[in-house]
Design a protein around this ligand. Structure first.
Ligand SMILES: Cc1cc2nc3c(=O)[nH]c(=O)nc-3n(C[C@H](O)[C@H](O)[C@H](O)COP(=O)(O)OP(=O)(O)OC[C@H]3O[C@@H](n4cnc5c(N)ncnc54)[C@H](O)[C@@H]3O)c2cc1C
Length: 417
């Protein structure tokens, strides 16, 4: 029932959806294009929310991904504050929460994720915050006043970025992490340790292996009760325990969904006319074929661009390398590739407490690299590492470990040398 004259519709006006819409135009699509988002604002980037927006160095209108003019200029019909309620695949149309029904030629799902919430006693008290949207960030920012006692539940990237921002703003901050180390899902132990040392050195009270039992208070939160009987008094709680992908539309439409909307190498779902991108989709890794779901800015960008090409009929596999960054106080970290594939791990110490870690597989090919350093100091090295990973280069351990050997010299023989 597909009608080529109908618009391409993109559901979700976040990083991936917007990038796909803009890329469709860049790649010459001149047909009708509709971008639908349920948030009221113009589309915006989330990474500044836990950093510059909380710190007050960036206003919400400086976080937009292109303004209203850009969408007009590009002839992209943008519907904000409108929710897609249902997909009716049998007639290739979607139903909106305002009662309208719209037919599509192709559909792209870019519905992202929503925060996982805690269900402990006291979870609904005033003063308990989450951080995903611009509204969340503004509400939290208004509370982060000097002297406030903040508890961050969850020692992952978002929780730790919030902890760093709150501490910089003069709050006293405690991070409660259930696991044995920080950001354990994404980071090797060496970088978890760097994060821990930095936060503690800047006055954040990080408590590992601390499981929460309840939030205390009558109307407003006053503390956190831990399973081991301890109580941490506080004025504000920020819960950062990950996100759940917004898969409901896809599930109800009968698309294949596991840990996200399942797509093939072309980012196509189990319905050939429907694609999915960004935080919501689960896709096969180009390096291993293993399915993965990435909750990162660059993945949303790359998949948005790639989906635009496949929507226009190009038959190409998605092969971008996973890449992630986080800023913590005046340090930043970056991860490129897939560290879990590693058989060997080599460290290269850098000046000023910086560190690079390289991961090689059994064949001595570089499969991933992590960097930790002040400001943007490791950016160049990680960029070079990305080229080496893509080139599947075999590299001697000694060369990677030796800070006197410039990484650039290892590029010899690659097409980017
Ligand atoms: C505070 C914060 C800091 C971050 N920092 C970093 C960082 O430093 N580095 C990094 O790499 N990544 C970071 N990220 C992650 C990055 O922002 C996400 O990976 C990226 O935003 C994912 O884009 P997306 O388009 O897939 O999803 P989203 O940005 O979640 O966009 C999806 C949109 O779809 C809308 N939607 C959902 N369902 C419907 C529906 N039925 N109808 C209409 N609209 C719908 C949602 O409301 C949302 O607006 C951060 C995220 C947060 C929250």
């Amino acid at each position: 029932m597909i009608r080529p004259s109908e618009p391409i519709i993109i559901v979700g006006a976040g990083q991936a959806g917007v990038r796909a819409a803009l890329a469709l135009r860049e790649q010459g699509y001149d047909g009708s294009l509709l971008l639908i988002g349920d948030e009221p604002q113009l589309p915006y980037e989330r990474p500044p929310l836990s950093k510059q927006v909380l710190l007050g160095s960036r206003e919400p209108d400086q976080c937009t991904i292109g303004g209203a003019d850009l969408f007009m200029e590009q002839d992209i019909r943008l519907l904000t504050g409108v929710r897609v309620e249902r997909i009716r695949r049998e007639i290739s149309s979607i139903a909106l929460d305002d009662g309208a029904t719209l037919a599509y030629s192709k559909l792209l799902l870019a519905t992202g994720g929503r925060v996982r919430t805690v269900t402990v006693q006291g979870a609904g008290l005033a003063g308990v915050h989450y951080l995903r949207t611009i509204e969340d960030a503004l509400q939290l920012k208004a509370q982060l006043l000097p002297g406030q006692r903040v508890v961050v539940v969850g020692g992952g990237f978002i929780g730790l970025e919030v902890a760093a921002s709150a501490r910089t703003l003069g709050c006293s901050v405690t991070v409660l992490e259930a696991g044995e180390r920080l950001a354990a899902r994404a980071l090797p132990p060496q970088l978890s340790e760097k994060l821990l040392q930095l936060h503690r050195a800047r006055g954040v009270d990080v408590q590992l292996q601390s499981r929460i039992e309840a939030f205390a208070g009558t109307t407003v939160v006053q503390g956190v009760a831990l399973e081991d009987g301890r109580n941490v008094p506080c004025d504000i709680i920020v819960v950062g325990i990950g996100i759940a992908p917004n898969v409901e539309l896809a599930v109800e439409a009968g698309l294949a969904v596991v840990n996200g909307i399942r797509v093939n190498h072309r980012l196509q779902t189990s319905d050939e006319h429907i694609y999915a991108v960004g935080d919501v989709c689960e896709f096969p890794s180009a390096l291993t074929g293993r399915t993965m779901r990435l909750e990162t800015w660059r993945n949303a960008e790359e998949q948005g661009k790639h989906a635009a090409r496949t929507l226009l009929g190009h038959d190409e596999n998605f092969s971008a390398l996973p890449w992630f960054w986080s800023d913590q106080f005046d340090y930043s970290l970056q991860i490129a590739g897939e560290p879990h594939m590693a058989a060997h791990c080599i460290e290269r110490p850098l000046t000023d407490d910086g560190l690079l870690i390289f991961f090689l597989n059994e064949q001595q090919q570089l499969v991933a690299a992590c960097g930790w350093g002040r400001g943007n100091s490791i950016a160049k090295d990680i960029k070079i590492a990305e080229i080496l990973i893509k080139a599947r280069r075999t590299i001697a351990h000694e060369a990677l470990a030796d800070p006197a050997i410039g990484l650039k010299s290892l590029l010899k023989g690659t097409s980017d040398a």
